[in-house]
Every structure is written in structure tokens, then in C-alpha cells.
Design a protein around this ligand. Structure first.
Ligand code: C5P
Length: 226
């Protein structure tokens, strides 16, 4: 029998990462943070100075994506560390530069294609929580439960701002908000795998809601779904 798959898609900052890791922890299922794969491609491309508009560079990036030497390692909390060829890049790949590079490379169909089977390989017993943009639409169209998590752009910007301020970074709310709108537009308007809820997805709007309230709603869907 195939392992059950629960997909959580939505724009950045909507809270799906937090919900996904909490849920994976509770259920004892594997967690696929697909955004991390795109971030690793962005990191490699920056390090190798690859240009997404150059065909040879694109082919090189796709090759790197196919051979991605990646390990998700459980850490002390609910999160996981990201190892690229043994190097711990967990924090490195969260920078704004990498966020930007990831979303630029994510529009390339050769990159998306290269990552497809890597992502599907994560589905194994007892089950998988898949977190991303196209988990329910493209990567796991037959998922047992699909959830689309969203929140207003203002709310997502202020969460990101609070997160950065909390870690001592002097962040500008207005600029974060503008970047979120730009990234949303890029994710939603791209030709391959645009960000949108699967037709059979349950949509959860977390605007003005605490993490535990959102988590309780997701648990409700999991229970209903058996
Ligand atoms: O979720 P996260 O912010 O880590 O994703 C980084 C970028 O990777 C996103 O802005 C998006 O462009 C891309 N991405 C994607 N498809 C996924 C996950 C992430 O295109 N399934």
C-alpha cells in the first residue's frame, strides 16, 4: 500500500511550515520541506555564479538539482536541520538573498522537473507531510488530504518582521511587505506550477489567528479525514 500523504501549500509566511512540522511531529510522519530544495538550488546557483537566463547555466543548475546531496536531520525541537553535502546550511538558506534566488530558479521548468522524483521519494510509511507551493497540485495530486494555508500579505509581512526583529535583525516592514507582494506575484503568475489551491484542497486563512488555533483546525481536518 502507498504511504498516506498530507499536503500543505500556500504563500510564504502563511504559517504552513510551523503547522507542517508540528503535525509531522504529532503523527510521527516524515516531513518534506520542498521550499528547502528550491533554496538549495538557489544557494548552489549563487555560489557557482549561475545565471537563470543562460541556457548552459540552467542545464548546470538542473543537473545540480537532480544530484542534490541533501539530508533533513531531525533537531532537538520540532524542526529539522538541512545538510547539503554534509554542510549544515539551515540558517544560510533562510537569508533574503537565498529566498530571492530560490523563487527565481523555481520558475524554471527544468529545475522543477529535476526535483520532482526527489520530492516523490519522500512518501514512505507511516506517512508524509509535504509542505510547499505545488504539493497538492503537481507533486502529490493523489494526496489523501490537501490543505491550502493562507494569510493576508500584511499579516505575513508583520510575522516576518517580528521574526527578524526577534533575532536581532534591523528589518524594514515596508520593504518586507513589498518583497512579499513581489514574490507572491512571481509564484502565482509563473507558467509552471503556479501557486494556487488544488481544486480539492481545504483552504485555511490564518490571518489574526494564533498558531495553536490554526493547528487545531488542521487537526480537525486530519480527524475528519480518518
Ligand atoms: O517555502 P519557501 O519560502 O522556503 O520556498 C522558497 C521558494 O521556493 C518560494 O518562494 C517558491 O518560489 C519556491 N517553491 C516552489 N515550489 C515549492 C516550494 C517552494 O516553487 N513546492
Amino acid at each position: 500500500a502507498q504511504a498516506p500523504v498530507l499536503t500543505l501549500d500556500g504563500p510564504g509566511g502563511a504559517g504552513k511550515g510551523t503547522l507542517a512540522s508540528a503535525l509531522a511531529c504529532e503523527l510521527g510522519w516524515r516531513l518534506l520541506d520542498s521550499g528547502a530544495l528550491y533554496r538549495l538550488v538557489g544557494l548552489i546557483a549563487l555560489r557557482e555564479d549561475l545565471d537563470a537566463d543562460n541556457a548552459a547555466d540552467c542545464a548546470e543548475a538542473a543537473e545540480a538539482a537532480r544530484g542534490l546531496d541533501l539530508v533533513f536531520e531531525p533537531d532537538a525541537g520540532e524542526g529539522q536541520r538541512v545538510l547539503l553535502a554534509g554542510e549544515d546550511v539551515t540558517e544560510v538558506i533562510r537569508s533574503d538573498a537565498i529566498s530571492d534566488a530560490a523563487s527565481k530558479w523555481a520558475v524554471q521548468s527544468a529545475i522543477r522537473q529535476a526535483l520532482l522524483s526527489r520530492q516523490r521519494d519522500f512518501a514512505s510509511p507511516p506517512g508524509l507531510i509535504a509542505d510547499g507551493r505545488d504539493m497538492g497540485t503537481i507533486v502529490f495530486p493523489d494526496a489523501d488530504l490537501k490543505i491550502y494555508v493562507t494569510a493576508s500579505a500584511e499579516e505575513r509581512a508583520s510575522r516576518r518582521h517580528a521574526q527578524l526583529s526577534g533575532s536581532g535583525v534591523d528589518a524594514n516592514l515596508e520593504r518586507i511587505y513589498r518583497e512579499i507582494l513581489e514574490r507572491d506575484a512571481r509564484d502565482a503568475s509563473r507558467v509552471v506550477a503556479p501557486l494556487k489551491p488544488a481544486v480539492d484542497a481545504h483552504v485555511i486563512d490564518t490571518t489574526g489567528e494564533t498558531v495553536s488555533a490554526s493547528l487545531e483546525r488542521v487537526r480537525g481536518l486530519v480527524r475528519e479525514n480518518g
